[in-house]
Design a protein around this ligand. Structure first.
Ligand SMILES: [Zn+2]
Ligand SMILES: [Zn+2]
Length: 346
């Protein structure tokens, strides 16, 4: 499924099977989860995508061929996960200071290099992950971005005991499970009036849930904003205790309105999270099966990618959309993996 031009539907077309270059794996794609970033790319909200482009950066597949000079981390037939961070130069000041997520020359899967809305893709083996056996291909796909970048956002909140989450979508649902596992008090903010989501957050174990226009019953030590809505930033800032941090977890956000300095005073911090490092991935894939983080998914065949994107945009999905490609070994569509356990439900 190819994006020829922003703001146009993806086109189903035949393209040559990619060949693995030096250091690359040829991967037969089994499943590719749809991320909000895919919508931002398709909608032209992110600058300078590769065009034409095969989107998709939460890719699960099998190694079919190994290019020259790949070390022994993967073998033919291995299951592999391919994330958003596709390549870095390993030599800029950021890469040399353990901040490869900020690499000046980084390339991104499904944005500046072709991704996983396809039967095959190639990926730099150094940036691919082994995936926990506990999950099948569908279950694990949403962990590759919503999980990883959500996890990086969560780590930026330090040891915050009272943690707010604005926007309870895919990433929030995954990170909330880790926060509860680690004993945080969770406060969930949804669109005003979205009672169903507020109730599901409380069922998961949130101590409080309400509209984003409400103040929590106590001040928060940190808040993560997963919604791409700039006006939430000053609102989240006002809900913080002294020394608290607001973490903006998305790649794109509408403009942030001005606010009085007194809301930032008291060593409050506003920060963002950009991309991921390989270390984030390794930590997360070690932790996720121990929680265990459960994903909710809704599957679509690859050629229905436009339908999946449209339903995501309209807020009509009941879980993360996962595109199934050819021989994934699972039923055709609409399988929903429900959480198998819940924490502190009451
Ligand atoms: Zn670099
Ligand atoms: Zn993503």
């Amino acid at each position: 499924m190819v994006l020829d031009k922003a703001q146009k539907p993806l086109q189903l077309c035949d393209v040559p099977k990619p060949k693995p270059g030096r250091g690359q794996l040829l991967v037969s794609v089994k499943a590719c989860a749809v991320c909000r970033t895919d919508l931002h790319v398709v909608d032209g909200e992110l600058p300078n995508p590769k065009l034409p482009l095969i989107p998709g950066h939460q890719i699960v597949g099998g190694v079919e061929q190994i290019g020259e000079e790949v070390n022994s981390k993967f073998q033919i037939g291995d299951r592999v996960g391919i994330p958003w961070l596709g390549w870095t130069d390993s030599e800029c000041a950021y890469c040399r200071s353990h901040r490869e997520n900020l690499c000046d020359r980084a390339r991104f899967t499904g944005y500046t290099i072709d991704g996983g809305y396809a039967e095959f893709t190639v990926a730099d083996a150094r940036f691919c992950f082994h995936l926990p056996d506990r999950y099948n291909d569908i279950e694990v796909a949403p962990l590759l971005c919503a999980g990883l970048i959500g996890y990086r956002s969560y780590r930026k909140t330090g040891n915050a005991r009272r943690l707010g989450i604005y926007g309870f979508g895919n990433a929030a649902h995954l990170i909330a499970q880790i926060a509860l596992y680690e004993g945080r008090d969770l406060f969930v903010f949804t669109r005003p009036g979205d009672i169903a989501t507020q109730q599901s957050a409380q069922k998961l174990g949130a101590v409080w849930s309400g509209g984003s226009d409400e103040m929590p019953p106590e001040k928060l030590d940190a808040a993560i904003i997963f919604a791409s809505v700039g006006p939430l930033v000053p609102m989240a800032l006002r809900s913080l205790a002294k020394g608290g941090v607001v973490v903006c977890g998305g790649i794109h956000m509408s403009d942030i309105p001005s606010f009085p300095y007194v809301d930032l005073w008291g060593e409050r911090v506003i920060t963002s999270v950009a991309n991921l490092t390989r270390r984030d991935g390794e930590e997360f894939f070690d932790l996720a099966p121990r929680v265990p983080v459960q994903t909710k998914t809704e599957t679509f065949p690859l050629d229905q990618a436009n339908v999946a994107l449209e339903r995501f945009r309209a807020g009509e999905l009941s879980g993360t959309a996962v595109l199934l490609i050819s021989n994934a070994g699972h039923p055709e569509r609409s399988e929903v993996t429900q959480p198998r356990s819940q924490h502190n439900a009451n």
